[in-house]
Design a protein around this ligand. Structure first.
Ligand SMILES: NC(=O)c1ccc[n+]([C@@H]2O[C@H](COP(=O)([O-])OP(=O)(O)OC[C@H]3O[C@@H](n4cnc5c(N)ncnc54)[C@H](O)[C@@H]3O)[C@@H](O)[C@H]2O)c1
Length: 342
């Protein structure tokens, strides 16, 4: 039985550091090939990993010893690169969002349904110890029925963040702004923990960063789960700091808050610590990315090696993208948007 997967990494920007560091520590992974159109990033990664270097991702896909392709490129490239890799018989691990457009995401799911390889999507915050504990409490029935949820994502992004990677800040390459890039992790947790979302009504605007970007830097929305529970979202990239995300869920029997990767039970308005995740800062990552990439990447590799499907496949990742795009649609029509199902 195979015990190691050969990895090909496409896209050697900011997030590649986290993937490469995780893979280096994993006995079940070998970094076989790296790819970027930027020659400086490519030669630095080649030197750091000893892997073969490619400036053309299609050439990397032609290598038949690559088992899994990590897609770490701008959002609009996730779909074409993932689809080509699946068609070439490879497993895929793509960064969030799975695609920049709904139709592209649907095509990825369609192709993955008959592919030899699997489609896996990064949503590392599902593996924070605090999220794992809240999910356990919900699944055990201890919390009772969900009544409502709120998510507050107040982060800090400035013009240089967008000029440094020009694909950011544009509808055709990023597919959106604060919602599709920064808040999508939390929107994923809303449905991962609370169940499928039926419809959303929301509003987006481009405010403090209006001179730098065309996508939204502010958004708010109200949404309805299929269960009848409701929720609210507030997302901004205009805050003065990267504040801890707050995700609160009010159930029949108790209220819980995920706050800075800690889980609190709220009783009579007083939060009491129930579980805490690893401190991402101690791991040298940007703390707002969380610390769980390594956990998720390890689980993806173990699933593939043991022939099991990994839980965050295209269908599982689709809901967060559908919620983002539903808010954009609702903001433009002024009406509720009913979310599509894959
Ligand atoms: N999960 C998380 O917490 C997290 C955090 C940061 C970024 N991300 C995601 O990771 C992805 C990449 O983001 P980033 O911040 O690293 O961006 P980045 O701009 O720093 O890096 C993207 C890289 O892709 C390369 N690239 C562009 N076109 C290419 C092509 N045709 N072939 C090969 N390489 C190409 C660029 O040269 C660049 O090096 C995005 O989807 C982003 O949303 C996820």
């Amino acid at each position: 039985m195979k015990t190691t997967l050969n990895a090909g990494i496409i896209g050697l920007g900011s997030i590649s550091r986290v993937h490469l560091a995780a893979l280096k520590d994993m006995p079940q992974a070998r970094i076989a090939a790296v790819c970027d159109i930027d020659p400086n990033k490519l030669s630095a990664a080649k030197e750091a990993t000893g892997a073969d270097a490619y400036s053309d991702w299609k050439e990397l896909l032609r290598r038949d010893d690559i088992d899994i392709v990590h897609v770490l490129t701008p959002h609009y490239l996730h779909a074409p690169m993932s689809i080509a890799a699946l068609k070439a018989g490879r497993h895929v691990l793509t960064e969030k969002p799975m695609a920049s457009e709904i139709n592209d995401a649907l095509e990825m799911i369609r192709v993955s349904d008959t592919a030899k390889g699997t489609l896996n999507v990064i949503f590392q915050n599902r593996y924070n110890a605090s999220t794992v504990e809240l999910k356990r409490l919900i699944d055990s029935g201890e919390t009772g029925r969900l009544i409502g949820a709120r998510a507050m994502i107040c982060w800090h992004r400035t013009a240089p963040y967008y000029t440094q990677s020009p694909w950011r800040g544009r509808w055709d390459t990023e597919g959106g702004g604060a919602l599709i890039n920064q808040s999508i992790h939390t929107l994923d947790l809303l449905s991962y923990l609370g169940g499928p979302i039926r419809r959303v009504k929301g509003h987006i605007s481009t405010d403090l960063l209006a001179d730098a970007i065309e996508v939204e830097d502010n958004a708010h929305a109200v949404f309805e789960y299929e269960s009848g529970a409701t929720g609210v979202i507030y997302a901004t990239n205009n805050y003065a700091a990267d504040a801890p995300i707050v995700l609160e869920m009010v159930f029949e029997n108790a209220a819980y808050q995920l706050w800075a990767e800690k889980l609190f039970k709220v009783e009579d308005g007083v939060p009491r610590l129930v579980a805490r995740g690893e401190d991402a800062k101690e791991l040298g990552e940007k703390s707002y990315w969380g610390a769980s990439h390594k956990i998720q990447i390890g689980k993806v590799y173990d699933s593939i090696l043991s022939g099991r499907r990994f839980e965050i496949d295209g269908r599982s990742a689709f809901g967060a993208l559908a919620l983002v795009k539903g808010i954009y649609e609702s903001s433009s029509t002024g009406n509720w948007a009913v979310l599509p199902r894959p």
